[in-house]
Design a protein around this ligand. Structure first.
Ligand code: PHE
Length: 311
């Protein structure tokens, strides 16, 4: 072609080229949209349909255990209390008789967060005991609460996960004593583990927020490498408890010359593992569906409590 012809033909070809390009991208877009619509139609899930138990829809053992223990304590007259997972240093430690520099703080492997707007320290709560503090600060005795929830410590092995669950109990009244604590926990353990003559052993212990303090063991047998709960002469530790320290009562605005009470705390994974024979704590939070199908509960098994607890 002559230079002039080449120029004219080049322009015409460029027009054609961009027309073809537009046609291709347009068609591609239509095909893509069509494929997506087809995929959505095929994979459509109607979340309003009732759950088919054969296909999934299992209750996690932690949720089931929480429902069970709340039901047992509710029958004993306890009400449910909850608190936030991000706590102030005061609620998690200081009000529980652990001032800054208290050595017991080191045992908590605390996750510290950036300070609050007023400069005070914030933590992921290391136990459910701050719910005690919140309840005492906001309500007048008599108090009788049970507070299950998530807790956090920087720890990870066969028996520790950085996030775990505890349940806290608190009773404050004018004439509450250690005997009530013993009776209450005995009643709970027997009902929860469904062993009528399950023996409990109270061993002296130390917590900064209770005085006296005790650790509680339940009777068991380890014969033949198999763990069985009951009156068999061997012991297994399951919880910590004690009479609320007068300093804690005072820091929470309760007159310690008039009121006293007890508190206890236990790990929910631990009691779930014992009751349902789950060997490794870490598996609770691996979200393995095969595990959940094996250890999970049918939604029909749920205790008829209707509390709407979702965790
Ligand atoms: N908060 C304690 C812990 O996490 C448990 C506890 C609660 C002990 C209440 C006594 C009374 O170790």
């Amino acid at each position: 072609m002559s230079p002039d012809e080449r120029k004219a033909a080049g322009q015409a070809l460029n027009v054609l080229k961009s027309e073809i390009e537009t046609a291709i991208t347009g068609r591609l877009e239509i095909l893509k949209r069509g494929a997506r619509a087809e995929k959505l139609a095929v994979e459509r899930i109607d979340v309003t349909l009732p759950v088919d138990d054969d296909e999934g829809g299992h209750i996690h053992p932690i949720s089931q255990t929480i429902e069970e223990l709340v039901q047992i304590f509710a029958e004993m007259g306890f009400t449910l209390a909850e608190g936030p997972e991000i706590e102030g240093d005061f609620n998690n430690f200081t009000a529980l008789n652990m001032p800054p520099d208290h050595p017991a703080r080191q045992m908590h492997d605390t996750f510290y967060l950036s300070p609050a707007a007023d400069g005070s320290a914030r933590v992921l709560r290391t136990h459910t005991s701050p719910v005690q503090v919140r309840t005492m600060l906001s309500t007048k005795p008599p108090i009788r609460i049970i507070a299950p929830g998530r807790t956090y410590r920087s720890d990870y092995d066969m028996t520790h996960t950085p996030m775990f669950h505890q349940v806290e109990g608190l009773v404050i009244d004018e004439a509450t004593h250690m005997g009530h604590l013993r009776g209450c926990l005995t009643e709970f353990c027997r009902a929860f583990f469904q062993v009528d003559d399950l023996p409990l052993r109270f061993r002296p212990s130390f917590f900064p927020f209770t005085e006296p303090s005790a650790e509680v063991d339940i009777g068991c047998s380890r014969k033949g490498g198999e763990l069985k709960l009951g009156n068999y002469g061997d012991w297994l530790e399951i919880l910590g408890c004690g009479m609320v320290h007068p300093k804690v009562l005072e820091m929470c605005g309760i007159d310690s010359t008039k009121y006293q009470g007890f508190a206890f705390g236990m790990g929910i994974e631990r009691i779930a593992m014992l009751k349902y024979g789950i060997p490794d704590l870490r598996t609770f939070f691996e979200s393995d569906l095969r595990w959940l199908r094996h250890y999970g509960f049918s939604f029909l098994d749920q205790p008829s409590l209707g509390l709407g607890l979702t965790r």
